[in-house]
Structures are given as C-alpha cells and as structure tokens.
Design a protein around this ligand. Sequence first.
Ligand code: SAM
Length: 223
Amino acid sequence: MRLKNVPGSREAIAASRFVIHDPQEHAGKWAEVFGRTAPLHIEIGMGKGRFLMELAARNPDIDYIGIEKYSSVLIRAIQKMEENELPNVRFIRMDAEEIGEVFGPGEADRIYLNFSDPWPKDRHAKRRLTSRQFLERYEKILKPEGTIEFKTDNRPLFDFSLEELEPAGWQAQEVTFDLHQDERLMQNNVMTEYEARFSAAGNPICKYIIRRRNSEEKQDKDK
Ligand code: SAM
C-alpha cells in the first residue's frame, strides 16, 4: 500500500504524540509507555490502521502497537487517531526487520500480520513477514504461549507461510482457506482495509493462528 508521497507526512509523524520515536529505548519496558501492565499485541504492516484501531476500541484492556514502514501510509492512521483518540494504541514507523531491538524477550502476547506484501520472487522469500527468518525474530519477543495471526487472500503466500511453520518450530492452531465461510473463526473477526476490498471482489481469505511447538514435541520431532 505504498501511497504517493504525502507532503508533510514526515514532519507530522515527527511531531505526533501517538508515534514512539525512539522505540529501542523502550525495549522490555513498554508497560511504562502505556502506564500500566496489560497484554501487548502488535500489528506489523498495519497500513492505515483500520484493523488495529477497531480492535483497540473493542478491547480497552489490551495495549496495541502498530508498526508501519512508510510515512505516507502511517500518516493516515495518525489522522484517524487525532479524530478518535485511543489510549491503548501507539505507532512505530520502522521496518519490521528491526523488531528484535524494539521489544524485550517474551514481552509481546500476540502478533498480527494482515495482507503482508507477497514478495513473489524466490530470492526475496526471506523478506516475507511469514518467512522462517521473521518467525525467528518473533519467537524472541513473544511469550512462550504467544500467538501469531495471519490473514491474506494470496494463496501462494499462504501456502509458503504454512510450509515455513514446521522447519521454524511452529504449529498451526487454526487454519482456514475461506475465513468468511467459517462461522466459528468469523466470530469477532475485524476486517482490515485489504480484507474488505478483496473479499468484496470475491477472493477467499486465508487465515492461520500459530503458536510455537512446545519443547517436548520439538524434541520428539527432532529425534
Ligand atoms: N494490513 C493492512 C491491511 O490488511 O489492510 C495493509 C496491507 S498492505 C498490503 C501491507 C502493509 O505493510 C503496507 O502498508 C506496507 O508498507 C507494510 N509493510 C510491508 N513490509 C513491511 C515491513 N517490513 N515493516 C513494516 N511494514 C511493512
């Protein structure tokens, strides 16, 4: 979702109190930023923030951090926050590759990935946010029982993402290839911008929820 350059977006982001400008300084101490101890959920590649802000409004007891790489996109989320401020939301403008420097070990409870860029060329596979390289980064910052939820309409990306689980030491708790036809998994579903667009066009939406293989199962498999 790289928009054309939005004039003034960098300056507006630099001045925004909803954006954490020195995120590395808060690694392991995000509770201080929110002024309370609460579960911490992160969305990576949040785009304009529709999903994150809807979740945060529904779940005031959870703290949310939205990560977005591009200023031209993040500025839209900031504008929404200015209209309807949520105390349990903060944003970071950064590349998710640096996520391990921004959160302490086991600090996060959940990570959301929605309609992540597919990087279709094989040589770019490690840039996909569901690659084993990224799963390794997430493993460090998630609690042992922490989960990752991923939605996409891109079937090749979803198939790749499922194949990455086993070698990376993760297992699927839920998998669907057509979320909107799955009554149980649709309970409490919050639509993202891309989900609204692609499901309206008739594309089935895939979703997984994954967690780490517990150490005993892992040892058995590795024998
Ligand atoms: N999640 C939103 C949705 O479902 O409507 C936006 C999906 S859009 C296709 C993907 C978003 O992820 C873009 O806004 C892009 O800038 C962001 N993004 C891609 N790679 C990223 C990375 N490595 N770190 C942070 N954000 C990233």
